[in-house]
Design a protein around this ligand. Sequence first.
Ligand SMILES: [Mg+2]
Length: 120
Amino acid sequence: MDEIRAKIRAFRDERDWKQFHNPKDMAIAISIEASELLENFLWKPPDELDERVIEKRESIEDEIADIAIYLVELADNLDIDLLDVIEKKIEKNESKYPASLVKGSSKKYTEYSDKESDGE
Ligand SMILES: [Mg+2]
């Protein structure tokens, strides 16, 4: 992670782009890149998605990387330890979605009658 973060910083700083990378615009950029990822699947019915993933593999990889690059930089800029907050959120999700309660279900935590958490 340190090496990736250093490469992202170097790419940005060689172009003097830090001045544009405020938290709002970084969040917008992540959302735009997520939309670019979605575009690979637009109008495709569920039974064509596996084939689409094969056809658009490089584009899907690129958009996933774009999202990750902006996410790593945003966390870096805000002095957030990305791996640490991911681990903490997984722990929160484990208590919000106990496997014994939700296994095999796609319901949101608010739809369980004996939910254990009201957080997001
Ligand atoms: Mg992109």
